[in-house]
Structures are given as C-alpha cells and as structure tokens.
Design a protein around this ligand. Structure first.
Ligand code: ZN
Length: 458
C-alpha cells in the first residue's frame, strides 16, 4: 500500500475523531437510536444487522466486543469497559429484537421503521421496547470510554436477540455458551421496571426484583358422545363448565414476599385514600394483615395479581359437530405463578378446586419460574439516590411483575437481576408492541443522563 493511502487513512481518522468530538452526547445517542429503530429487527429479520452496527460503533471507540450467536441472523454482542480491580463485574442488558409492526396499522405519516420526531416524541417500533435503552447504553459506554472513565470493576454490556419470542433467546444462549463473557455480581435489565408517566406527570420509579412465571394447564373431559337427538345427562361440555365454574369462584391464597411487602410500605405513604393507605400499611408489617391484603386484592386487579398466584380460563375447544354430543371438551387455563411456587403445587390446587376426577388436568409445555432477586440495599440504594437527585420527591418502589422478561434466565442462573431502566415511559396507554409506539424526547435525553450517572457510580 502506498504512502498516500496511509496519509489519507490518517487524515480520515483525524477527521472522524474531530467530528466525534464535536458531536455531543445527545446527538450521538439520538443518532444511535435512529440507526437502531431503522434496522428492522423483527424475528423474521433477526438482530444481526443491529448487533453489527452497534459492535462497529463500540469497537471504533476502542471497546472490546464479542459478537456471537447460534445462527447467522441471531447474533448477540457483549462489550466490556475494563475496570481498575478484579471485583466481580456488573452486567447491563437490553434486547435488540422488536415485535412485528405493519406500516398500514400505524397513523398516517408514521412508519414503524422510520425514526420520526414529532410533537415532543420519538416514534418507531422499539422506541419504548427497548431500543431507547439499547441506544442509551451504547452511547454511554462510548462516552465513558471517550471520557477516559475507569470504573472500579468491569462494566459489561450485552445486547441480545429473541427476547420477544423466537427460538434463540440471546441471554439464554450466552449463559449456556459463553457464561464467562457475562458473569457478573448482579445485572441491570433495562427491559423491566422503570419510571412511569401518567397524564404528563411522573408517577413513580419501579425497581423490579422478581417476576411471576406463566404456565398453561389443559382441563380435559372425554365422552363417548352420540346423536344430539338423544341427549344424556353425562355431557363433556357441561362437566368441563362445572369444573371451570368452581375455578372461577376460587382464589389462591395471599402470599407476601420481601418485594411486595416493601412495595406496600412505600406505596402506603403516597396513597390518597385513607382506607387503602391503612390496608397497605397493615400488609407491609412484619405480621401482614391478610384481611387487609384481601381487601386490596378485591379492589384492584393489579394488586390482586401481585398478592397471589392466579389461574384463569383463556380458551375452550369442545365438540366436533353441531348435531352430535361432544366427545371432548378442553379448556386452557393460564396461571401466573408466584416465585417459589412449584408447578406441582399448582396442579394439586387445581385438582382440589375442580374436584372432579373425570376432568383431567395436564401441564402444557414447561413452567420456567425464577427465584426473586434479593432486594440488595446497595443496588436499590444507588438507584433510589439517583432518582432522588434527578426527580426530587418521586417514590421509588420495588416491584414484582406478573409477566416474565430476560431477567428470569439470569435469576435462574444465579445472577441477581434488577429491572431498572433509564427512560420514563407513558402508561396511558403503554404503546410497546402496539400502534404508534413512541417515547418522549425529553424523557429519552433525561434517561441518557440517568444512565451516565448510574454507570459512573460503579
Ligand atoms: Zn422488551
């Protein structure tokens, strides 16, 4: 290669360096966010294009990056900001894939895969779930590197595939194939918990420590059937319906854990209704008042879902012809199971409640529960302090979610994981997975600052 080639390369490098220096943290984050949203990472396309784009940016900033996955289109990346000691690292995760979005379903002028800023919002698929957080993490890892910041211990960033579905969940794959890349004392998952906005007001910041597991059970009744002109009392549909009616009236027992106790304790100080406030206080005591818990559960579907395991009929299939007695009736019952409750215990309870040996109860698929992560005062304290600095007076509450995220994989693998994203999002309504997904422009930039400060405390 000629000398002039090298001269031109050095010139290019200097030019890039000066351009980067001129580009502020907000511009960089916005540019990364735009790039991510405009790469279609629905399951059909996979995440590799986005993973490569992020890997290139991180590598260009001088960070070591691993790029790997089970299939060419399902690559994950793991980057590392080296720390000054051998203390166990802290891991940050966000997924790269997004839920399907059809341009025809979106409002006019908006395309899910074109990053659009309008009326104070960034629009596009993944703007809340969860390319905003991925962009903020990448921008901040690059920024910390440029600032010459050396954390006390390694900070690891993993951006992964197939969280929204698909067979190649990146976190599970990394745990299995390259655990050493992501081994950490604890992990922050930016795809769970977080700051909530309602009617333009910041409501609270939720710190997620645990999740319920989802499990399906088939309730099946078989019958010889026959001609519908000759009905008999023994009917598969009636028998199944009676079993389901008993289930409908049943409530699983109330169970309170470390996270829900702390949730009620903190929520009670913000609650406007004196009666609800008193009940929340009574539930958060060392001897939780179960009658008070039951009143809270009866008064709110959301509170009910965190106070007990729930099981609900979701589909029914029965009969084979309009003029025949049904030979089978099958219902799917979907349960959301508290951490620490086994699938066997759920089957036992369903069997007791349905109380009919002719209704078969079979688990469908697997139930992948995960243990709650201990409410680590160091991690929680750090997040609480930071929220307090940026949003004085805002409540910070530990939560258990009634659905599952990638945190479950890490918790099962023994890495305590906390849902603590950077960006506040609107809950009226939540647009993730839906039409015209968007995130507030200011909320995004505040999140950028939040994560920068959080990373710099480590
Ligand atoms: Zn997500």
């Amino acid at each position: 290669m000629s000398l002039s080639y090298w001269v031109s390369q050095v010139f290019l490098l200097l030019l890039t360096a000066s351009l980067c220096a001129a580009q502020g943290p907000r511009d960089l984050a916005r540019e990364i966010f735009r790039e991510l949203v405009e790469i279609d990472t629905t399951q059909r396309n996979g995440s590799t294009k986005a993973a490569l784009a992020m890997a290139n940016r991180l590598k260009a900033a001088g960070l070591p990056v691993e790029l790997a996955g089970p299939r060419p289109e399902k690559m994950n990346i793991v980057a590392r900001l080296k720390g000054s000691t051998n203390a166990k690292p802290v891991l940050f995760i966000a997924h790269l894939d997004v839920v399907e979005a059809r341009p025809a379903d979106w409002s006019s002028g908006l395309d899910p895969f074109i990053f659009t800023e309008r009326d104070g919002y960034f629009y596009g698929r993944g703007t809340t779930d969860v390319k905003d957080e991925a962009a903020i993490l990448v921008a901040n890892f690059i920024r910390l590197r440029r600032e010459g910041y050396v954390p006390r211990r390694d900070l690891i960033l993993a951006l992964t595939a197939d969280e929204e579905g698909g067979p190649d969940n990146g976190v599970a794959w990394l745990l299995k194939q390259h655990r050493d890349w992501i081994e950490a004392e604890w992990c922050i998952n930016t795809d769970a918990g977080g700051g909530l906005i309602e009617r333009g007001q910041r409501l609270r910041y939720t710190f997620q420590t645990s999740e319920k597991a989802s499990a399906n059970f088939l309730l099946t009744v078989k019958n010889p059937g026959g001609h519908s002109s000759q009905p008999v009392k023994e009917n598969a549909i009636y028998r199944l319906a009676e079993g389901l009616a008993r289930l409908a009236k049943f409530d699983f027992p109330i169970e309170i854990n470390e996270t829900t106790r702390s949730f009620f304790e903190r929520m009670s100080t913000r609650e406007a209704s004196p009666a609800v406030r008193a009940d929340m206080k009574a539930v958060s005591g060392s001897q939780p008042d179960l009658a008070a818990a039951e009143r809270l559960a009866q008064g709110s579907t959301m509170l009910n879902s965190i106070l007990r395991t729930t099981c609900v009929a979701t589909t029914v299939e029965a009969g084979h012809a309009r003029n025949a007695l049904p030979q089978s009736a099958v219902a799917n019952v979907n349960c959301r199971v508290l951490p620490g409750v086994s699938r066997e215990r759920v089957v036992e309870t369903l069997t007791r409640v349905v109380a009919d040996p002719l209704v078969g109860i079979t688990p469908l698929g697997t139930m992948e529960g995960s243990p709650a992560s201990p409410l680590n005062p160091t991690v929680f304290g750090m997040v609480e302090k930071l929220v307090g600095e940026m949003y004085p007076g805002l409540a910070v509450v530990p939560v258990m979610d009634p659905w599952a995220s990638d945190s479950a994989e890490l918790r099962r693998a023994g890495i305590p994981t906390y849902g603590a994203p950077a960006v506040f999002f609107n809950i009226d309504p939540i647009r993730a997975h839906g039409q015209d997904e968007r995130i507030g422009v200011e909320a995004f930039y505040e999140g950028l600052e939040f994560m920068h400060r959080l990373l710099r405390t480590l």
